[in-house]
Design a protein around this ligand. Structure first.
Ligand code: GLA
Length: 377
C-alpha cells in the first residue's frame, strides 16, 4: 500500500473507527446494513455498589466498543449474528431466544416494541472488543449499541438518558441482574478522557477532568466472576434490608455514620461501605491532588474487601501489587467484584511499565492476568 493510501486509511479509521462492521454484516447477510451504531464499555474509578442505593458514581468510558449493524429483512423475525453465538440465532417476540447473549438484544427490541413502536423483522450483526465477564460492562455496551442502532434505523425520539434507562430495564428484566443504572449511563454518556460524575438518584451529571498527569490502567485478574449474579443480587437485598431497618428510602439517605452504629453487624458493614463510598466519590471530584484521589481509590478497595465482601484473594493480591508501584496513585477492584478486573490510576508516563511489572509479579505468584486498558491494538 502506498504511503498516501495508508495515510488515507488511517485517517478514515480515525474518523469511522468501526467501519469494519458494515463489511462483517455484508459477509454474513449478503446485503449492506441500513443502520450502524456503537457504544463503549466502562471502567468505574470510584462509587462501587452505590448506584442501586441512589448514590454517586464516577465511571469513564474505555476505548473498546461494541458495534451493532441492522437491516430490515422483509420478514417478521429477528436473525442475530455474533461471534459469541457461533451461528446465527433466530427469534421473535412470541418465541424469545434461549441464549443468554441474545437475551440482551431481545430485551432492547422488546422494550422499544412495548413503547408502541412497530419493529419490523431485522437482521442484526454484533461485533465487540469489550472484554466480557470482567466488570467492564460488555452487556451495557451491547444494550446501548443495540438501542442506538434501532434509534438510527427507525428514527426514534430517544435521548441518551432514555436509552440508558431502557438498557437498564433490558438487563434487569431479560438478563436477570437487578443492576443499578451506572453501566448503561456510562456507556451512553461517558467519555474516555474525562470521568462522568453521576448522581444516580436525580441522574444529574457532569464531566470532571481526570487528575492532572494521570492515566487509567485496567488489569484482568483472570478470575471468572462465578458468583457475580447471585452475590450481586444478594448484596442489593442486604442494602435494602439495612435501609428498611434504618427507616430510610435508600442508603443514600444516611447522613451520618453514627446512624448505622446500632445495626446488626452485616447490614452495618454494607451500609458503612455505601456511606463511605459515596463520600469518597464526592471528595474525589473536589480534590485537585492526584495522590489524594489515588488514596480514595485505595480506601475504596479496603471497604469493598472488608465491609462489602466482594473481593477475592486474587483481586486483593493484584491490587496490592499495583498499590506498591511508585507509578501508581491508587488501585482497587472495579465493577461488581467476585473476580474480574482491577483499575489503577497511574502517573501517565508509568502506565506501561506498571502493567509489565505487576503482571510479571502476578505470574510469579501463579496467576495469569492480562492488560485490558490501555488497549493494546
Ligand atoms: C455492576 C452493575 C452496576 C453497579 C456495579 C457495582 O456493574 O451493573 O449497576 O451496581 O456492578 O458498582
Amino acid at each position: 500500500m502506498s504511503h498516501v493510501a495508508l495515510e488515507a486509511e488511517v485517517a478514515a479509521k480515525a474518523e469511522h473507527p468501526r467501519s469494519g462492521c458494515a463489511h462483517d454484516f455484508e459477509q454474513v447477510f449478503h446485503v449492506l446494513p441500513h443502520a450502524e451504531a456503537h457504544a463503549p464499555g466502562r471502567v468505574n474509578l470510584l462509587g462501587e455498589h452505590t448506584d442501586y442505593n441512589d448514590g454517586f458514581v464516577l465511571p469513564v468510558a474505555i476505548p473498546q466498543q461494541t458495534r451493532v449493524a441492522m437491516a430490515r429483512n422483509g420478514g417478521s423475525t429477528f436473525r442475530l449474528h455474533a461471534a459469541e453465538l457461533g451461528s446465527a440465532v433466530e427469534f421473535s417476540f412470541e418465541d424469545p431466544p434461549t441464549e443468554h447473549f441474545a437475551s440482551y438484544v431481545f430485551g432492547c427490541l422488546r422494550l422499544v416494541h412495548e413503547e408502541g413502536v412497530d419493529i419490523p423483522g431485522l437482521d442484526i450483526h454484533v461485533a465487540s472488543d469489550v472484554p466480557m465477564g470482567v466488570g467492564l460492562s460488555s452487556s451495557a455496551a451491547l444494550e446501548v449499541a443495540t438501542l442506538r442502532c434501532l434509534r438510527e434505523l427507525l428514527g426514534l425520539q430517544l435521548d441518551d438518558v432514555r436509552i440508558a434507562q431502557l438498557a437498564q430495564q433490558a438487563e434487569i428484566q431479560d438478563a436477570g441482574v437487578r443492576c443499578g443504572i451506572m453501566d448503561q449511563m456510562a456507556s451512553s454518556l461517558a467519555a474516555t478522557d474525562r470521568a462522568l460524575l453521576l448522581d444516580t438518584r436525580s441522574l444529574e451529571r457532569r464531566m470532571v477532568p481526570l487528575p492532572e498527569g494521570s492515566a487509567v490502567l485496567v488489569l484482568d485478574s483472570g478470575v471468572a466472576r462465578s458468583l457475580a449474579t447471585s452475590g450481586y443480587n444478594q448484596r442489593r437485598a442486604e442494602c435494602e434490608e439495612a435501609a428498611r431497618l434504618l427507616g430510610v428510602e435508600s442508603l443514600r439517605d444516611v447522613d451520618h455514620l453514627e446512624y448505622i452504629e446500632n445495626l446488626p453487624e452485616l447490614p452495618r458493614k454494607r451500609a458503612r461501605h455505601v456511606f463511605t463510598e459515596n463520600r469518597r466519590v464526592l471528595q474525589a471530584v473536589d480534590c485537585r491532588d492526584p495522590k489524594a484521589f489515588g488514596e480514595l481509590m485505595n480506601a475504596s478497595h479496603a471497604s469493598l474487601r472488608d465491609d462489602y465482601e466482594v473481593s477475592t484473594p486474587e483481586l486483593d493480591l493484584l491490587v496490592d501489587l499495583l498499590q506498591r508501584q511508585p507509578g501508581v496513585l491508587g488501585a482497587r477492584l472495579t465493577g461488581a467484584g467476585f473476580g474480574g478486573a482491577c483499575v489503577a490510576l497511574c502517573k501517565r508516563e508509568a502506565v506501561q511499565q506498571v502493567a509489565r511489572t505487576v503482571l510479571a509479579q502476578y505470574r510469579e505468584a501463579g496467576h495469569q492476568g492480562r492488560l485490558l486498558v490501555p488497549a493494546t491494538d
